[in-house]
Design a protein around this ligand. Structure first.
Ligand code: UD1
Length: 296
């Protein structure tokens, strides 16, 4: 994703791992590099872990963002693209979900994302030169089409696609489908999956918007349609030519039946729409997983 982002923007690629809470290192980086805008992806994102370790989530996600905003302010960097999440909506009251939907996250991870959105709005109100795009991602999946960059979660994957891919490659025995009694077409959970390459383009569109329009935006990045767990499994079987054994299990705590975006604001303001379909997403996940059966 980074590679593509850099190719699209003509930016130089430099990897410098840095903990955002390390204010000194952050200051040193911003002092040395000429930075026009920051794309802030750094955050913890496991819902279950956030319930067990809320302070870690607030310290890392919220604290890290405060340190970043302070360092940016100190060095005159005034544009930020932030990875927010559809998780800020909580249990959807209506579908598709527009940006003005109620914001009621149900776990510390989601609350940390919403707190950051509030931080950004307050900071922007205090500094007219600062502007941001808070992008509420739906369910990013997929991999770089080269097969060189993909998702390699530590331990047993929490999310659907890495789990399915590891079953298909033979690393895990069977997928547990969490719930088949939801009020959806086949009883399994429905989500708005978006290819990471489309997501990357969404960030480029947001950077472009911030440089042209000079004001902030909060918007959904989703395809605007949902797929059930069983539909995703079928698509993955088509893409990989492998059977994905599955068993039905109890619902996972905190899961909702269906969630998909109203993506019209991103289309109108950013000129962005998701272009890649579920087959492309599965094909690229499979390319990465089959070329990297043991991960990185
Ligand atoms: C999850 C988080 C969300 C976070 C996102 C990060 C929860 C409740 N939500 O989204 O806040 O922003 O990941 O990527 O954890 N499923 C199975 N079996 C599995 C895994 C998943 O059946 O082994 C089902 C789930 O019940 C759901 C769908 O697949 O219906 C998608 O799940 P997942 O990929 O974990 O995404 P979300 O839960 O939507």
């Amino acid at each position: 994703m980074l590679e593509r982002l850099c190719a699209l923007t003509g930016a130089e690629i430099r990897f410098e791992p840095l903990d955002l809470r390390n204010r000194e290192a952050l200051e040193a980086l911003l002092a040395e590099a000429r930075v026009d805008a920051v794309v802030h992806f750094a955050g913890l994102k496991a819902v279950g872990e956030s319930v067990e370790k809320p302070l870690l989530y607030y310290e890392n996600n919220v604290g890290g963002t405060i340190a970043l905003l302070q360092a940016m302010a100190a060095h005159g960097v005034r544009s930020l693209v932030f990875s927010s999440s559809a998780t800020v909506y909580g249990d959807p009251e209506r579908l598709p979900i527009p940006e003005d939907h109620a914001l009621r996250p149900t776990n510390p991870y989601g609350k940390s994302k919403l707190m950051i959105e509030h931080l950004l709005a307050d900071h922007a109100a205090s500094d007219p030169a600062f502007r941001y795009a808070a992008l509420r991602y739906f369910n990013p999946i997929g991999a770089h089409p080269s097969g060189r960059i993909g998702e390699d979660p530590r331990g047993i994957p929490n999310n659907l696609l890495p789990f399915v891919a590891q079953v298909a490659v033979g690393k895990l025995p069977a997928l547990k489908v969490f719930g088949n009694d939801y009020a959806t077409s086949d009883g399994t959970g429905v989500r708005d999956y978006i290819h990471v390459m489309d997501l990357a383009r969404g960030h480029v569109a947001a950077l472009d918007y911030l440089s042209r329009k000079k004001h902030s935006i909060t918007c959904n990045l989703g395809a605007g349609r949902g797929y059930s767990v069983l539909e995703v499994v079928k698509a993955f079987e088509r893409a990989s030519g492998r059977k994905v054994p599955l068993e039905f299990a109890a619902r996972r705590a905190g899961d909702v039946a269906a969630s998909y975006a109203d993506p019209s604001l991103a289309a109108a303001r950013l000129g962005w729409k998701a272009a890649l379909d579920i087959d492309a997403m599965c094909r690229d996940v499979w390319r990465w997983q089959s070329q990297n059966p043991h991960g990185y």
